[in-house]
Write a protein that binds this ligand. Sequence first.
Ligand code: AMP
Ligand code: MG
Length: 349
Amino acid sequence: MNTIQWTVDKNELKSSSYPHIQQAASLLQQDEVVAFPTETVYGLGANAYSDKAVTKIFQAKGRPSDNPLIVHISNKKQLTELVDNIPAHAEKLMDKCWPGPLTIIFSKKNNVSQYVTAGLDTIAIRMPDHPVALALIEESGLPLAAPSANLSGKPSPTTAKHVVDDLDGKIAGIVDGGQTGVGLESTVVDCTTEIPIILRPGGITKEQLEQVVGEVAVDPALASENIELKPKSPGMKYTHYAPIAPLYMVEGDVDYLQHLVDKSRSEGKIVGVLSTEEHIARLSADVVLSVGTRTDLATVAVNLYEKLRQFNETNVDIIYSESFPAVGVGAAIMNRLNKAAGYKVLKSE
Ligand code: AMP
Ligand code: MG
C-alpha cells in the first residue's frame, strides 16, 4: 500500500493546509486508517463505527485484539451518542481537562464497532488538545478510534518519522503536524465507579485530578511491586515501549550507575545509558543519551520515546537508565520506563 504523507501547518489549517485535512478526512470516511498528531503522541485513527476500519488498526499495529481503543471526539455532542450515562465527577473532569490528555471510561451505548471496546461494556473517550486532531475529527464527522501509531510493543511515536519507521506501506496516510507536545500518552481514568480510578498514569497527574474531584484512586496493579495483579485496563498487562536491547532501571547515585556500566564493559558488552542533563558529563559508556533535565520532568516526558528509539539505531547490548521520582508527571515516566524494562531494577545497597 502506498502511504500518502501530508505536511500541515497548524496555524494554516483553515487556509493552505485545509485541502490536506480534507483528503485525510475523506480517506477516514472510506474506512481507511490515517495517522495524525495529538498533543500526547501520534494516533492511528479510524471510523469508530466501522468494523472494517477498526480491524485495519489492529492489523497495521499487530495489536492484540483484547486491547481496546480510545475513541477521540471533537465536541461534547458526540459524547452523548457514545455513552449511556455521564456521572457528575466525569462532567467536572471534562470541564476542566478537555480538550487535553485525559481519557475517561464511561459505560457505553452499543453503537461503536465491537472491536473498539474489545468486548467490554465500557468505552474510553478523549477530546485531544491539538488543532490538527480536532480539525480531522470535525471534517470527517466521525468519532475516531485511535491508539498510538506505533507497532505494538514499540515506543509510541512523537514525530511523523517514527510513524513512517513503523507503519509506512501499512496504512493509507500520515498527517505530519510536527513533534507532539506532552510526549507520553493520556491519563486513563475510570469514571464508572463512585471514586474515579486511574488505570494508566499519563499527561494529567493524579494531583491535578484530585484538585478537580477530590479523592482519586489508583489501580493497585500499577504499583511495580504488584506485577502479579491483573490491571483493570487490558493494555497495561502488555510489555510496551521497549527498545531492542534489554533495559535496566537503576536506583542509586551516579557512581553506582557508572560501576554497573564498567562491570558490563569488562564483560565485553557495548553499554548504553539513559541519563539526564545533570549527570551526563559524569558518565562514561559507549552511548550516553540525555533524556532531559531532572528539575523539569516534563522535558523527560517529551523526549523519552525518541531516546528509547535512538538506542535502536546503535549497537548497544544493554541499556541502564536513571530512575525518577514517581510523583507528578514522574509517575507516568516511571510507569513507562518500568514497563520498557520489564520491571528489571538494580538498586545500590
Ligand atoms: P493506546 O490507545 O495505545 O494509548 O492504549 C489505550 C489504553 O486504554 C490501553 O491501555 C487500553 O487497554 C485502555 N482502554 C481502552 N478502553 C478501555 C476500557 N473500556 N476500559 C479500560 N481500559 C481501556
Ligand atoms: Mg499505545
